[in-house]
Design a protein around this ligand. Structure first.
Ligand code: C2E
Ligand code: MG
Ligand code: MG
Ligand code: MG
Length: 282
């Protein structure tokens, strides 16, 4: 009897598992073709200097324009790309595309996310060097964003990679700070230039605890000589708080959503003009 009901349970679950697995396999199949079929895009979101409202740079964010599913967000395909190893090729394409694009924009920096798998890939440093040479982007205009998780397993290896990356002249950014293990020691013992405070703390700023955390991370950044960027800034109240606490950079829907390269080119033009007008009026 027990065996029977067990079997019945299996029968209930099997077909659904099958469908999920099939959907995943289909998506994986599609993702393998995505690069060759020109379905991947890079969108750009402004990084704004809080003190003067100037656009200091942009973050490059991958998008997949799927023929049936429409615009697929990275949360739906980056993990799949990581599981299948496709992230190495996709990541290099994003890096190259973003650097070439940034080279065509005046002065702006471009921030590119590195997956832990890319980070550990033996050719990472050489790829970064080669992309900078090929695109002609000055190294100081490239920021590489990594998360705390890459520092966890083998700190010595991570330090070696980060040091080699620093030697190419690029900026190193700790992304999503506060969501991982957040050992303060990491900040001290690795060559980070910037800390990005995760958006979960910014959206929760009305709570006293998040308030205190954000305040102390900004202070930490200041005393360690790192730039602090707040992610996910959506409201004037959040802007006010961050300004008061001396946060240097902000990123979020309040200032601009991620948009395609063409739209960003237009935005940069308008943004620069506004500043120019502001200056000549003053
Ligand atoms: P991330 O690096 O922390 O990027 C910031 C994410 O926050 C982006 O989501 C951005 O659209 C979103 N965001 C920005 N401002 C706001 C806001 O005001 N409110 C809210 N709710 N969200 C905001 P997106 O583009 O969906 O990317 C999600 C994550 O996927 C990224 O988080 C990054 O970890 C990963 N990712 C994106 N592109 C790449 C890539 O080319 N390579 C790798 N390895 N990972 C990528
Ligand atoms: Mg990022
Ligand atoms: Mg982030
Ligand atoms: Mg994040």
């Amino acid at each position: 009897r027990a065996k029977q009901s067990g079997r019945a349970t299996m029968r209930v679950f099997e077909p659904r598992m099958d469908i999920e697995l099939q959907a995943r396999k289909a998506l994986e199949y599609d993702l393998r073709q995505a690069l060759a079929r020109n379905q991947l895009e890079v969108h750009y979101q402004p990084l704004v200097e809080l003190e003067n409202g100037r656009i200091a740079g942009v973050e490059a964010l991958a998008r997949w324009r799927h023929p049936e599913h429409g615009l697929v967000p990275p949360s739906s395909f980056i993990p799949l790309a990581e599981d299948t190893g496709l992230i190495v090729g996709i990541g290099e394409w994003v890096l190259r595309t973003a650097c070439a694009q940034a080279a065509a924009w005046p002065e702006l920096r471009v921030a590119v996310n590195l997956s832990p798998i890319q980070f550990r890939h033996s050719e990472l440093v050489e790829t970064v060097r080669q992309v900078l040479v090929d695109t002609g982007l000055a190294p100081h205009r490239l920021e590489l964003e990594i998360t705390e998780s890459v520092l966890l397993h083998d700190a010595a290896a991570a330090r070696e990679i980060l040091t080699a990356l620093k030697e190419t002249g690029v900026f190193i950014v700790m992304d999503d700070f506060g969501t991982g293990y957040s050992s303060l020691g990491y900040l001290n013992s690795f060559p980070f230039d910037k800390i990005k405070i995760d958006k979960s703390f910014i959206s929760d700023l009305s709570a006293e605890k998040s308030n205190a955390i954000v305040r102390s991370v900004i202070g930490l950044g200041q005393s360690l000589n790192m730039i602090t960027t707040a992610e996910g800034v959506e409201t004037p109240e959040q802007v006010e708080f961050l300004l008061r606490e001396g946060c240097e950079q902000v990123q979020g829907y309040h200032f601009g959503r991620p948009i395609p390269a063409d739209a960003m080119t237009t935005l940069i033009g308008g943004w620069t003009n506004d500043l120019g007008e502001g200056r000549s009026a003053a």
